[in-house]
Design a protein around this ligand. Structure first.
Ligand code: SF4
Length: 213
């Protein structure tokens, strides 16, 4: 792949479902390709394949959607070698850019440019051995770390990891869809007085499993 072309699963306008900016209209750019196989993956269609698009095509597509916030997701977007170039082009257009990453690849160069939502993979994902904890030191104030919880055991494990999170980083605890009750998770967070954000997948509440919404 040349540094200016990308493997794209879909580009569409939607309401951001996750993180601090949940509820705001965003353009979602979902890249294809992922280096993980999480047990709860709900975007398996984006783990492989994709349509090859040039940077200019992606920019044209984004501009036509007329929304000022862009969420770059996947798959794992950091696998796209031209990602930095795309982010810079979006910033040049005056757009706000968030990147969602699974947290297992280096983010150092990306963090100064973009709002970051980075996973810390829990044991229930089956992928926790790949977490790159070194990434935590490159996050900046207002970036987010997300734990997707599949069970009470994941909750306890994640709680133990909170000491690693630097000040100023928002921590999201998200119940894996249909695996753990948001109400139960809310009770655990309150009982333990955790300073974390209960993170519901707004797009699932709005659109269920529909693609491109
Ligand atoms: S990192 Fe994301 S896209 Fe990749 S397997 Fe896990 S949930 Fe799916």
């Amino acid at each position: 792949m040349s540094s200016e072309s990308f493997y794209v699963a879909e580009i569409f306008a939607s309401i951001q479902g996750e993180g601090w900016y949940a509820g705001y209209p965003h353009i979602l750019v979902r890249f294809s390709g992922c280096n993980l196989e999480c047990t709860y993956c709900d975007t398996s269609y984006a783990r492989k394949g994709g349509v090859r698009l040039e940077l200019d095509d992606i920019m044209r597509n984004i501009k036509s959607l007329r929304i000022k916030r862009v969420l770059i997701t996947g798959g794992e977007p950091i696998l796209q070698t031209g990602l930095m170039m795309l982010v810079k082009r979006l910033l040049d257009e005056g757009l706000f850019v968030s990147v969602e990453t699974n947290g297992t690849l280096p983010i150092r160069d990306l963090t100064p440019l973009s709002h970051i939502i980075m996973d810390i993979k829990t044991p229930g994902s089956g992928m926790n051995k790949y977490n790159l904890y070194e990434n935590l030191k490159f996050l900046k104030e207002g970036d987010e770390v997300k734990f997707v919880l599949t069970s009470r055991a994941d909750y306890e494990w994640s709680k133990e990891k909170l000491y690693l999170i630097p000040d100023g980083i928002i921590v999201d605890f998200s119940p894996a869809y249909n695996l753990i009750s948001p109400k139960e998770l809310a009770k655990w967070i309150l009982r333990d007085r955790l300073d974390v954000k209960l993170h519901l997948q707004l797009h699932k509440i709005l659109w269920g499993d529909e693609r491109g919404r």
